[in-house]
Design a protein around this ligand. Structure first.
Ligand code: NAP
Length: 323
């Protein structure tokens, strides 16, 4: 591939991290190509009102906020490709990113493919998503003031969501498929001490009942398969997230959960010129504002890397080959 066809920077992913990286990189004259995914916008596209993103004093709809992020990056010259990356080759310079048969090459790549909430995968869940069924209490709890809500899951996320929901809801029920929790003891102790919260153990949610809104849930016992219905105004699914790293796990260092590992205090991965930002490398904070912050860091890290790369054109910057 001739040098002319090698871009400075490709950003993979179109959520808060990818678009913020694009904004900073575009303003730094790196003319980034953002391969934003067919369903661009990330997890905020399934969120309704966002009330905790600084600057939107009156709140904003998730999809509208993502369109704003995108437009701001576009204003400074970021280029977008609304398609899914199908393969990457980070084994040597230039780094290569593929969309089907189309090959794109760049000196630096920012991976900002985010994470996806795990869902129960029952048909009625899809129907009620964003209308009584949510995977983000931080985003949606305030819509359930004085309501009766259920949370599914037995890990720290479920407990965190359930405890947060008790500030708004009149009653919170945590449904878990076993009678032992994965969550830390401190979270369980806190939940047990909260008189707005109770547990439904050895049970799963089998069906969400309601037409335009959630009205009830059908639960099923994991012990004897007995089913029963409970009235409910909302359901929060908190059974974990999966980072969207399938394309990268054989080439970039990752932890046991598949999250990309970055050098502390930076967005650098183990491959020179490859940076990771947002939820794809963060399973702790997972907020739009923290993702945007790390997208900014990734653009600055990439800019610094490219400056040193240009300064030493004769130096072979060969990235380590994947194991
Ligand atoms: P997690 O620890 O993997 O827990 C997921 C929970 O969902 C498990 O209890 C699991 O049940 C249940 N589950 C999974 N699939 C299910 C299904 N299809 N139907 C019903 N239940 C299902 O995930 P997480 O809670 O999101 O936590 C992820 C990581 O982030 C953990 O390391 C956690 O400690 C950390 N985290 C920390 C904090 C904090 O410290 N404040 C807050 C949130 C998360 P089983 O137990 O039966 O497998």
């Amino acid at each position: 591939m001739s040098d002319q066809n090698v871009r400075e920077l490709i950003i993979v992913g179109g959520g808060p991290a990818g678009y913020t990286a694009a904004l900073y990189a575009a303003r730094a004259d790196l003319a980034p190509l953002v391969i934003e995914g067919f369903n661009w916008g990330g997890q905020l596209m399934i969120t309704s009102d966002v009330e905790n993103y600084p600057g939107y004093a009156d709140g904003v709809m998730g999809p509208e906020m993502m369109a704003d992020f995108r437009r701001q990056a576009e204003r400074f010259g970021a280029e977008f490709l609304t398609d899914d990356v199908t393969r990457v080759d980070l084994s040597e310079q230039p780094l290569r990113v593929y969309v089907g048969d189309d090959e794109f090459a760049a000196r630096a790549v920012i991976v900002a493919t985010g994470a996806s909430a795990r869902w129960l995968d029952i048909p009625s869940e899809q129907k009620h998503k964003g209308r009584g069924v949510s995977a983000c209490a931080t985003c949606d709890a305030s819509f359930f003031r004085d309501r009766d809500v259920y949370v599914v899951g037995g890990g720290d996320s479920a407990f965190e969501e359930a405890l947060f929901l008790t500030k708004f809801a009149s009653r919170v029920h945590l449904v878990h498929r076993r009678d032992e929790f994965r969550a830390s003891k401190i979270m369980v102790d806190r939940a047990e001490a909260n008189d707005k919260l109770d547990f439904v153990l050895n049970a799963v949610v089998e069906e969400i009942i309601g037409d335009l809104k959630v009205e009830a849930l059908r639960l099923r016992s994991t012990v004897d398969d007995e089913t029963w219905e409970v009235p409910a105004d909302g359901l929060f699914v908190a059974i974990g997230h999966d980072p969207n790293t399938a394309l990268f796990v054989d080439q970039l260092d990752h932890d046991a959960g598949g999250y990309l590992v970055t050098k502390p205090g930076t967005t650098e991965t183990n491959v020179q010129g490859v940076f990771a930002a947002g939820d794809v490398q963060d399973h702790t904070y997972r907020q739009a504002v923290t993702a945007a912050g790390s997208g900014c860091m990734a653009a600055l890290d990439a800019e610094r890397f490219l400056a040193s790369f240009e300064g030493h054109p004769g130096t072979a910057l060969t990235a380590p080959r994947p194991a």
